[in-house]
Design a protein around this ligand. Structure first.
Ligand code: HBI
Ligand code: FE
Length: 299
């Protein structure tokens, strides 16, 4: 099996923390022609008119929902993706992005091993899948495609504080790999970069890419009474499992991107040690069972 299939098999066996639940289907992307760092050419010329039209329809559906649901920093930056009639050329997008925050967008064939992913983030290179979903996957695609990565992740990389957080996350990931703490760090990524909410003077808003690129979860995460919304708590996040095939049962809310960046400043090693010995929480765990235990013993 080539590296990707091994990696994919890893995902199937739950080795990689972020699994998009794709069964044992071979990976979509052309991993065989990827470079050693898993980057590849975007292959912009290979997109069909149907691909561009699908991107446009996905973009327009999400853009229409942003006011009142997406954070202002995202709304201000999404225009940097350019007109939605065509899937952006990554090299032109990288020129604009590099001027803003010294990040660039690099093409990858799809999900890549954690080490490779962290190494790219640590160099301010954001991996963007180069293929787009099929029309029948308009509402849901099991793996991140070019629309999820571009629309969901790239706009906030134009925000200087968030851009620095993403690089700090990548550097932390390289350390986590050495400390076998990738699962804990994957949860931090999941509950912030993918499914994070932010409190603003105008109310709750979404900044997570998985929410912002989702037709249904954007409104659900901000307005539904169903999910739990908890204040950002690094150790609680690291102890909380997450769902990959349904709306999140719990969202964590930050007060600002500075809070995220500050959270990545301390050395995580002692936090990993403390969290590793503590009980985990199910994705929908309502109370902090640690306190319940305390109250039971107290009672
Ligand atoms: N690969 N292309 C890509 N995109 C991701 O978001 C990604 C990945 N590999 C691993 C991964 N995310 C997660 O395991 C992170 O939590 C590290
Ligand atoms: Fe993502």
């Amino acid at each position: 099996m080539n590296a990707a299939l091994d990696f994919h098999a890893g995902i199937n066996q739950g080795v990689a923390p972020v699994t998009y639940g794709q069964g044992d289907r071979p990976p979509r992307g052309d991993y065989a022609h990827a470079r050693a760092d898993y980057t590849c050419d975007q292959g912009w010329e290979r997109y069909t008119a149907q691909d561009h039209d699908l991107y446009r329809r996905l973009y327009e559906r999400q853009a229409a929902q942003l006011p009142g649901l997406a954070c202002e920093e995202f709304i201000d930056a999404v225009r940097h993706l350019g007109a939605p009639e065509l899937i952006p050329r990554f090299d032109a997008l990288s020129e604009r992005l590099h001027q803003a925050t010294r990040w660039e967008v690099v093409a990858v064939p799809g999900l890549i091993p954690e080490e490779a992913f962290f190494a790219l983030l640590a160099k301010r290179r954001f991996p963007v899948t180069n293929w787009i979903r099929r029309p029948e996957e308009f509402d849901y695609v099991v793996e991140p495609d070019v629309f999820h990565d571009l629309f969901g992740h790239v706009p906030l990389l134009f925000n200087p504080v968030f851009a620095d957080y993403m690089q700090a996350y990548g550097e932390g990931g390289l350390k986590a790999s050495r400390l076998q703490a990738c699962e804990l760090l994957a949860r931090l990524y999941w509950y912030t970069v993918e499914f994070g909410l932010i409190a603003t003077p105008a109310g709750l808003r979404a900044y997570g890419a998985g929410i912002l690129s989702s037709a249904g979860e954007l409104r659900h995460s901000v307005e539904s009474a169903q999910p739990q919304r908890r204040p950002f708590d690094l150790e609680r996040i690291m102890r909380t499992r997450y769902r990959i095939d349904d709306y999140q049962a719990t969202y964590f809310v930050i007060d600002g991107f500075d809070q995220l960046f500050d959270a990545t400043r301390p050395d995580f090693a002692p936090i990993y040690r403390r969290v590793a010995g503590a009980p985990e929480f199910e994705a929908d765990a309502a109370d902090d069972t640690r306190d319940q235990t305390a109250s039971n013993t107290a009672g």
